[in-house]
Design a protein around this ligand. Sequence first.
Ligand SMILES: NC(=O)c1ccc[n+]([C@@H]2O[C@H](COP(=O)([O-])OP(=O)(O)OC[C@H]3O[C@@H](n4cnc5c(N)ncnc54)[C@H](OP(=O)(O)O)[C@@H]3O)[C@@H](O)[C@H]2O)c1
Length: 279
Amino acid sequence: MQYTFREKTVIVTGASSGIGKVLALRLADEGAWLALAARNAQRLDALARECQQSGSKVIAIPTDVADESQCRALIQRTQETYGRIDTLVNNAGIDVVCKLEDLPDLQLFKQVVDVNFYGTVHCTYYALPYLKETSGRIVNISSLGRILAIPFNTSYVASKFAMIGFSDSLRMEVEQVGVSVTVICPSLVVTEFHERYLDKNGQPKGPSGRAIYTEHTMTADQCAQIVLRAARRRKRQIVMRPGSLALWLKLIAPGLVDRLTISRFLRPAVKRTLDDMHR
Ligand SMILES: NC(=O)c1ccc[n+]([C@@H]2O[C@H](COP(=O)([O-])OP(=O)(O)OC[C@H]3O[C@@H](n4cnc5c(N)ncnc54)[C@H](OP(=O)(O)O)[C@@H]3O)[C@@H](O)[C@H]2O)c1
């Protein structure tokens, strides 16, 4: 029988928008007990009210995942409220898009690693004792960028690679006690992510960030369904298209994959962005 999240406690970081928000809504429909985390308290409260309409139990816990003590408090409050933690979804993420050499200093670079990678480490570390009690699930949202590294994203790609190494190592430590570690590598998904892209000065790109989308770009709901299916089945890793093919090709011809990434993805994306700006 298919695993259900009904009356299971699920923590979702980065729940205030995009993939995290849709995950929360779908989990609420299924009757999960939710702990929603992100920095924007107003959005979290609005989402919590929406989830409660499905009859689900929900707490909204404003959290900056880059801050270890806030992550510890998130986990403690969730455990105190529900008495158990079954699933942790490490989904919070940000990106800075520019050449490494154009950054005025390394503050933004470190911020991306702090949110994407250390945010995952902080929450996982404090949740692990409770996840062991429930033979729980850890779900880490990495990126296709972990396979098809893209230029102008050094901090993001590095943070997402680090998530994989962390997850692969941890999986071997915890599988004996029944805890699973699933890594999801989405391709492009329509969310607020691309308008929030930070430039070298830490300013969000705005709506033009969405110009990289094509008619094939996945919706947040499609992505959330894939995440939940993988979590239910305790899958090791899900690589969304065209990642699986690239994974194999990279083993035999890494230089070709770099060139294809630029010619098939980056150049068309830059062109769409420029066309959008001139419209
Ligand atoms: N969209 C894509 O194409 C795509 C592709 C591959 C992977 N991903 C990954 O998917 C995940 C979700 O992204 P999304 O596409 O849904 O983007 P999104 O709509 O921008 O959502 C990102 C979420 O992360 C939260 N967040 C950012 N910084 C945070 C911090 N310091 N502490 C806590 N929460 C923080 C944001 O909330 P607050 O601002 O309220 O804190 C927001 O809820 C990310 O890890 C991203 O790397 C996305």
